[in-house]
Design a protein around this ligand. Structure first.
Ligand SMILES: Nc1ncnc2c1ncn2[C@@H]1O[C@H](COP(=O)(O)OP(=O)(O)O)[C@@H](O)[C@H]1O
Ligand SMILES: [Mg+2]
Length: 229
């Protein structure tokens, strides 16, 4: 249930435009969103509707052209790049649509990296998250030696190894078969239930979207909440 003032993510009148060969392209227009701590939110919409762009803005990876975003109590536009990076490292996990694994690092090295950047690798924690995503036997494999679904699971393990308060995931089941997709969804909601991790998921997977507390649709640059099914 919505309680005012408990928002861990707040977007007000957020717009994003880019300048392309055809002139200005308005990707997002006056987006309003409020996500409370511990909630799960799905963002759906057609390909090219701006879902990845919005997720990047909410996570502080990029800045909007208009409007303001508050993430974990901080106004993102008032932070410089370094402060935003620190906020992300401490509070946020992000699963990219294209994984963004480092090709020269093994699965376990990719997973350990955020801990290293935060000042200390906890080997037991790395073992634990690799087991959670079912990749213990693949831990010494490099990304190119893994299937798309396995790379996606490495990316997910890397995103939650630091126990972030907020987990953003861009089509986290997009490259998985139904059964593996279900396992990954179960894992996301287990984090949500047991650790109160706030989930913001971009997805085409209706089964995954329906498990979320709120479903929003992006259309024509605007975000609207879908009526409950
Ligand atoms: N940096 C950019 N420069 C130019 N166009 C962009 C840029 N980022 C995104 N776009 C365009 O904005 C639209 C929305 O992109 P995206 O957020 O990736 O959509 P979705 O994730 O919903 O498929 C697309 O038409 C895309 O080509
Ligand atoms: Mg996308």
């Amino acid at each position: 249930m919505k309680t005012e003032g408990n928002a861990v993510i707040r977007a007000r009148q957020v717009g994003k435009s880019v300048v392309g060969p055809e002139g200005e392209l308005k990707i997002l227009d006056a987006v309003e969103l409020s996500v409370n701590a511990g909630e799960s939110v799905a963002i759906v919409g057609a390909s090219g509707s701006g879902k990845t762009t919005l997720l990047g803005l909410l996570a502080g990876l990029d800045l909007p052209t208009r409007g303001e975003i508050t993430l974990a109590g901080a106004r993102l536009d008032r932070l410089d790049e370094e402060a935003r990076a620190t906020l992300r490292a401490e509070q946020v996990g992000f699963v990219f649509q294209s994984f963004h694994l480092l090709p020269a690092l093994t699965a376990e090295e990719n997973v350990a990296l955020p801990l290293e950047l935060n000042g200390g690798v906890d080997a037991a924690r790395v073992d634990e998250v690799l087991a959670l995503v079912g990749l213990t036997a693949r831990r010494r494999h490099y990304p190119r030696q893994l299937s798309g679904g396995e790379q996606q699971r490495v990316a997910l393990a890397r995103a939650f190894v630091t126990r972030p308060r907020i987990l953003f995931a861009d089509e986290p089941t997009g490259n998985l078969d139904q059964s593996t997709g279900r396992q990954i969804s179960d894992l996301l909601f287990q984090l949500n239930r047991e650790h109160g991790t706030t989930l913001v998921l971009v997805t085409h997977d209706l089964a995954l979207a329906r498990r979320c507390d709120h479903v929003y649709r992006l259309d024509g640059g605007r975000l609207r909440e879908e009526a409950a099914a």
